[in-house]
Design a protein around this ligand. Structure first.
Ligand SMILES: [Zn+2]
Length: 348
């Protein structure tokens, strides 16, 4: 089969469009003919220098195939698979949990210590075919395109788990969404509007903020040369917001905390600018703040998201589609932050 692969980490030059063997199935697995595979920032980090990929390559598990957000059709099923048949249209849940630990049994498989991410610890969807455990394959209705389905798993699962499961955002609340031009930010905006919350959004370009307002953001803040917490406090009569969706990390942490109202909740899913932030503990308890973490979401949550997208209540933002062999260009687009929404690779 054709695939975009690499055997050593580096710039986009290491990506090669070539022939590799089709995956062979274990009894509990399905083979998916990939129709669409969305590109994530994680793919760029994996290609460049993530140690998990280096470890996979150096133990001889080579070449590596990226791609965690995958939609396609079932092409083959393993001997013990039931409930899924050849030809089914599916989207793949991106994580493969162990299935037997206490977190997995408790329905919180996103906390499983030994879970693997497709396209990261295993080979992924920058290919004609990918394999996955049958329970990762979620059927999608005809109303949901492969491209839109592939744009959903990581960004929408992350945003949903943050806002609905962790922060429990509800109608009438104010939320601040950082980096609204990114995958998690734009998904968070749509989900927050579904709940009836009032949305404040930040981005570094007026163009991205205009798009965010078209998508329903109530107020937008260009954070480029200002302390955005001051703009948030000014826009809320000094009160602050009930929830902050934080995924930037060190560069924004203190401003994010300072944007919170009394009883406010900060929920974080990422640290693109660094792991360490400081916290004024006196303010934490005096304002009765809550700081919480969030990591991806569960298969059950992804089913809910597929349902909402099929009904048109959520609509992934697609920047563009590119044929699989142009994966390197897709990486450059993300590297230069030239995209608004998802870049999706398709098998033409
Ligand atoms: Zn587990």
């Amino acid at each position: 089969m054709k695939a975009v692969v690499f055997s050593k980490q580096g710039s986009t030059e290491v990506l090669q469009y070539t022939d590799v063997p089709k995956p062979t199935l274990d009894a509990n697995e399905v083979l998916v003919k990939v129709e669409a595979c969305a590109v994530n920032y994680l793919d760029l980090h994996a290609r460049r220098n993530r140690p998990e990929i280096e470890a996979k390559l150096s133990r001889g598990d080579t070449p590596h195939i990226l791609g965690s957000d995958i939609a396609g059709t079932i092409a083959e099923i393993g001997e013990t698979v039931s409930g899924t048949t050849v030809g089914d249209r599916v989207v793949l849940a991106p994580c493969i949990p162990c299935g037997v630990c206490s977190d997995c049994y408790g329905g919180a498989e996103n906390l499983c210590d030994t879970q693997e991410l497709i396209g990261f610890q295993t080979n992924g969807g920058y290919a004609e075919y990918v394999k996955a455990p049958a329970q990762n394959a979620i059927q999608i209705p005809d109303a949901l395109s492969f491209v839109n389905a592939a744009a959903m798993p990581i960004a929408y699962l992350t945003a949903w788990h943050m806002l609905m499961i962790r922060a429990k955002l509800h109608p009438g609340e104010d939320i601040l969404i950082l980096g609204v031009g990114g995958g998690v930010g734009s998904a968070g905006l749509q989900i927050a509007k579904l709940t009836g919350a009032r949305v404040f959004a930040t981005a570094s370009s007026d163009e991205k903020l205009a798009r965010a307002r078209e998508m329903g953001a109530d107020a937008t803040i260009n954070y480029k040369d200002i302390d955005f917490s001051e703009a948030v406090l000014a826009a809320t009569d000094g009160r602050g917001v009930d929830v902050v969706l934080e995924h930037v990390g060190a560069a924004t942490w203190e401003q994010s905390i300072a944007s919170l109202a009394k009883n406010g909740r900060l929920v974080s899913c990422g640290v693109t600018t660094g792991n360490i932030g400081t916290l004024n503990i006196r303010k934490l308890y005096q304002k009765q703040l809550t700081v919480m973490g969030s990591a991806l979401g569960t298969v059950t949550e992804l089913r809910t998201l597929v349902h909402l997208a099929a009904r048109g209540q959520l609509e992934p933002i697609i920047d563009r589609t590119l044929p699989l062999h142009r994966a390197g260009e897709a990486h450059v687009l993300l590297e230069n932050r030239q995209n608004f929404g998802k870049v999706v690779l398709i098998n033409a």
